[in-house]
Design a protein around this ligand. Structure first.
Ligand SMILES: [Zn+2]
Length: 432
């Protein structure tokens, strides 16, 4: 089924990449050899007849003939099922009442790790519900199968023979698609970055949370999003990247598609967090979910919510980020001292404008943070606790901006957070 909307029909031929569907209620009956155990999108309606982990009843003695499996999945845009003679089904009612199923083939490479999944993912869901919006469906199923990880409404197919970090990683990523594709039903053929990218961003934060709780191996890091910013800049510097506005099926290379959809999409959220400030950005992301859940948001809808929540004008960011390959490159230029005062020239070397956080270290060892908004924003980011001095706007047409401080300076750094997508970070630092 394909979607009809203000752009007409979205009858994309399916080439094994992204798709865009309509919402509906699925009522599915599958008659299949009794030897098979099923797992699927939706709620099993005849669990009392099926048993096998779905309900506490004795398994039918006879394995001959067929049995009917009846699933209902409401308000979804796809339905998936998997079947195997060897599936076992575990389940757990998570903290918020969501019933979660785990269908896998027991063995030395699966059982131990799959038994760990329910508690870890319950913890993950608590974090996800609080930060990205509440999971609205009654069930979800993690099903062993497929060729890596593939997302569906209320279920995912994942390959199962993985170490625990990888198994949790794929589970969190595919489940996260429930938020950015199944619930916020973006046309991912046109805007795959709003699904894969946002999913990747939220997955990185959730995995970092699980590491902080020591539920999976690896170290908690202060900022789990820097890697995607660095990875994107590295690829963009090869010249092989393409704009986000390209249709998913029409990128020149798989790599260009992957970096645009997964990496640059994640970088989009990092940039907005950098531009708006962490707290405002986080409430904006929740507002986006609440406003657009079970609808089909497009980039305008998304950026409009970011504007409403931050009070900032963000058209310029959308236009550069989505429709061009432009990137920011800022540098510290001349630093001149006279009569105890210091003039610092900052240089805008590329087309894309960005507001700047500038950290200045004085001769006496003290450090101060300055913020330079750009005129196009008609406002500036909200800083959490740090004290910061907001300077006059940088008119985006001007390649040089001069700031003055009333002390001798020994160091200047643009964007100490490493969050801003900056073509060349080496010119961000000046030392006496
Ligand atoms: Zn994905």
């Amino acid at each position: 089924m394909c979607e009809y909307d203000y752009q007409g029909w979205h009858a994309n031929p399916y080439i094994g990449r992204e798709f865009h569907g309509v919402w509906g209620d699925f009522d599915v009956k599958i008659n299949i050899d009794k030897k098979y155990t099923l797992a699927a999108s939706g709620v099993l309606q005849n669990a009392d007849k099926i048993g096998r982990g779905y309900a506490d009843v004795k398994r039918a003695k006879s394995h001959k003939g067929k049995i009917e499996w009846h699933f209902k999945a409401e308000n979804v845009h796809d339905f998936m099922w998997g079947a195997d003679k060897d599936y076992v089904v575990d389940s757990k009612v998570f903290h918020d009442g969501t019933k979660v199923y785990f269908a896998y083939i027991p063995g030395p490479k699966t059982t131990d790790n799959w038994k760990l999944l329910p508690d870890i993912l319950d913890n993950a869901l608590e974090y996800i519900n609080a930060n990205y919006g509440k999971y609205p469906y009654p069930v979800y199923s993690f099903i062993q199968g497929g060729d890596g990880g593939m997302e569906y409404p209320m279920a995912t197919l994942i390959t199962g023979e993985r170490n625990i970090g990888s198994l949790v990683g794929v589970s969190v990523h595919e489940w996260m698609h429930s938020w950015y594709q199944m619930i916020l039903g973006t046309n991912e053929s046109l805007y795959s970055w709003m699904d894969e990218g946002f999913t990747s961003w939220a997955s990185a934060a959730t995995m970092n949370h699980l590491r902080a709780r020591q539920l999976i191996p690896g170290d908690f890091v202060p900022n789990p999003h820097i890697r995607s910013v660095e990875g994107f800049v590295r690829f963009a510097n090869t010249g092989n990247d393409q704009p986000l506005s390209i249709h998913s099926d029409h990128f020149k290379t798989n790599r260009a598609y992957g970096v645009a959809a997964y990496t640059k999409g994640a970088v989009c959220l990092s940039q907005l967090q950098y531009i708006m400030g962490k707290d405002v950005f986080e409430s904006a992301l929740l507002r986006y979910f609440e406003t657009w859940k079970f609808k089909h948001p497009n980039p305008n809808d998304f950026f409009r919510i970011m504007e409403l929540e931050s009070g900032l004008e963000l058209d310029w960011f959308k236009e550069y980020f989505v429709y061009t390959r432009d990137m920011a490159d800022y540098a510290v230029g001349e630093v001149t001292e006279q009569d105890g005062k210091t003039r610092i020239d900052l240089m805008k070397l590329e087309q894309m404008p960005m507001p700047l956080d500038v950290t200045v270290t004085f001769e006496d060892g003290a450090t101060k943070l300055f913020h330079i908004p750009i005129t196009l924003m008609r406002g500036e980011k909200k800083f959490a606790k740090q004290s910061v001095e907001v300077l006059k706007d940088w008119a985006w047409t001007h390649p040089i901006y001069t700031m003055e401080v009333d002390k001798a300076v020994k160091g200047v750094q643009i964007d100490a957070s490493n969050m801003m997508m900056d073509r060349n970070r080496e010119n961000n630092v000046w030392k006496k």
